[in-house]
Design a binder for this molecule. Structure first.
Ligand code: NAD
Length: 275
């Protein structure tokens, strides 16, 4: 009944289920993250651009949970890809979080129009060497971006954090990740509430069969698919519900039925268009 632990390509480990804080109001972040830590989450996914690193840090400090039991991710924003700026950015994030290192530092988007994501990646290698993050990875990188990093650096990204939910299952990037040891993290795992994922027959039927909610079915689909996942909610009840996903297992047929929902329906921005 505990959260599975995944070993990344650099030997560090990550809890497969975490809590995401995109769109968590900075004023409410401390309360909401405190709720998540009380419920049992030990993996928090934030980003400089979410403007709530201070609240996340306050919740961590208040919790009294030993640092080595927590897994904290933050991300480098798009306008800080130049090396000097990236080094300043991690220091600012650590200061806000009240930490001397994070567990995972990601470049947030490749911004290919600016063609500086390789420079950002080389900066992350230096930040890791300086001990300010245990692991480094990327977010929203397409195959061509990953290929450029692999060809021009010494480090394979530990993760690629991408939009991924049943209607947008990202088969190509998952295959590429499996071939190169890059674990996939699903953002928007519940489709961000932007389409009726919970009303899909495959999801609703599995929820009915197991006596759980559609959200719990979808989180289970991510976990059983080997994906790292950190759904977000502001409500304590849903925060707890989304963590209570280890008392049932989807059958192979149920997984296959949810897999069949893949229709290429992206709910967020296309990485080529974020610059
Ligand atoms: P999500 O798919 O987790 O959806 C969140 C929405 O689902 C919430 O608004 C909530 O109302 C609803 N919800 C949550 N639990 C529910 C439940 N049990 N029942 C019914 N509805 C429920 O979307 P997200 O927050 O965008 O993604 C998760 C995390 O991924 C983020 O918080 C963030 O950490 C990360 N993320 C990263 C990027 C990126 O570019 N790297 C982009 C978006 C999100």
């Amino acid at each position: 009944m505990t959260v599975p632990i995944i070993t990344l390509n650099d030997g560090h480990t990550i809890p497969q289920l975490g809590f995401g804080v995109f769109l968590v109001d900075p004023q409410e972040a401390e309360r909401i993250v405190s709720d998540a830590l009380e419920v049992g989450y030990r993996h928090i996914d934030t980003a400089a651009i979410y403007k709530n690193e201070e609240g996340v840090g306050a919740a961590i400090a208040k919790s009294g949970i030993p640092r080595d039991e927590l897994f904290i991710t933050t991300k480098l924003w798009n306008d800080r890809h130049q090396k000097a700026s990236a080094h300043a950015a991690i220091d600012e994030s650590l200061d806000k979080l009240g930490l001397d290192h994070v567990d995972l530092y990601l470049t947030h988007w490749p911004t290919p129009g600016k063609d500086d994501y390789l420079e950002a990646w080389l900066a992350l290698e230096e930040i890791k060497a300086a001990g300010k993050t245990r692991s480094i990875g990327v977010s929203n990188h397409q195959v061509e971006h990953l290929e450029k990093l692999l060809a021009n650096s010494d480090t394979v990204p530990a993760v690629n954090q991408i939009e991924l939910h049943p209607a947008f299952a990202q088969r190509e990037l998952r295959t590429f990740g499996a071939e190169h040891g890059i674990h996939i993290e699903s953002w928007g795992p519940l489709g961000q509430g932007k389409y009726d994922l919970f009303g899909e027959q495959a999801v609703a039927a599995a929820a009915e069969a197991h006596g759980v909610t559609p959200a719990q079915v979808v989180i289970r689909w991510h976990l059983q698919s080997g994906l790292i996942v950190f759904p977000k909610s502001n409500s304590r009840e849903r925060i707890a519900q989304n963590f209570d996903v280890f008392g049932f297992e989807l059958s192979a047929d149920e997984i296959a039925a949810i897999d069949a929902l893949d229709s290429g329906k992206r709910v967020g921005s296309h990485p080529d268009e974020v610059n």
